[in-house]
Ligand binder design. Sequence first.
Ligand code: HEM
Ligand SMILES: *[C@@H]1O[C@H](CO)[C@@H](O)[C@H](O)[C@H]1NC(C)=O
Length: 324
Amino acid sequence: MASTSSFRAWHCLLALSLLSSAARGQLSPTFYATSCPMLELIVRATMTTAIVAERRMGASLLRLFFHDCFVQGCDASILLDDITGSFTGEKGAGPNVNSVRGFEVIDQIKANVEAVCPGVVSCADIVALAARDGTLLLGGPTWAVPLGRRDSTTASLNQANSDLPAPTSSLAALITSFGNKGLSARDLTALSGAHTIGFSQCLNFRDHIYNDTNVDSAFAALRRGSCPAAQGSGDTNLAPLDAQTQLVFDTAYYGNLLVRRSLLHSDQELFNGGSQDALVTQYSSNPALFAADFVTAMIKMGSISPLTGTAGQIRANCRVVNSS
Ligand code: HEM
Ligand SMILES: *[C@@H]1O[C@H](CO)[C@@H](O)[C@H](O)[C@H]1NC(C)=O
């Protein structure tokens, strides 16, 4: 009798814990340990090849993960192609169009993974692992990525337009935007350190270098040299987000903020007499603190409303919803 009831109690506990972990959308770094043990090696090898071919790709895949997670959660919705007349994806949204890149690398990783473990690994988890490896391969920290996300059958152009923050945002708007996703102001400031790598197009920083007053004048003059004042002229010209070490994941981004040499208006908002000034100053001189906070915030961002259990699907092709 005692053993029966304790057996029942154990079952009840197990059922409860399964239920609550499903409800919380619990992810685990060992999710594919038996179903696809080679997964992380395959992602690392494919990312290494991509970054040897073009180092910037590490930055592009880190950004792809952010733009996935902020729209419907980390569900690979950003990967779905538009199909004229039948499906509208997120690739045409303002913050994504002619800007987000790396889709071919995701296709390559998916092909390599499908060759070894067909039908098992989600595109959403591949994006999360690619973002981690892009960070690491450009010199940044590494971490165990919680896995077990599934892929969406829907996308939201409207949410991509409304929920991805614009480079014209104020600090208050950035804090609200991240707060809406369950991320704190500290997470915002740590995650913005991703702008230690990669590039921006002139149309996204023109206003800042011509019209803002909190910009170092020599830096503004330098950037104006490759970003003409007139709208529509040189819009796609690139400049590095971190003027010092554009393809090395370090803390130079924060040092730039201290001397008003950040490329985006939204970046300089983090150090402009407001609530994040002290943290920016700390990160600029404490790489270990930045690395720890960045990893914590990446894991939090990667946990935004994942599809788990039997929700969603494992897409066969990351660009389209499965046909049956
Ligand atoms: C805080 C709000 C943010 C704003 C307003 C913002 C805005 C931007 C803009 C305008 C660009 C340049 C895009 C272009 O010109 O094509 C960019 C690039 C980039 N962003 Fe952000 N971003 C934000 C946060 C983040 C976060 C949280 C991450 C990742 C954790 C991130 C990672 C990147 C990377 C790596 C690039 C360079 C991509 C490349 O070179 O391909 N950003 N961002
Ligand atoms: C600077 O601001 C003015 C007034 O808002 C605007 O008309 C102009 O286009 C801006 N210049 C640049 C280069 O963004």
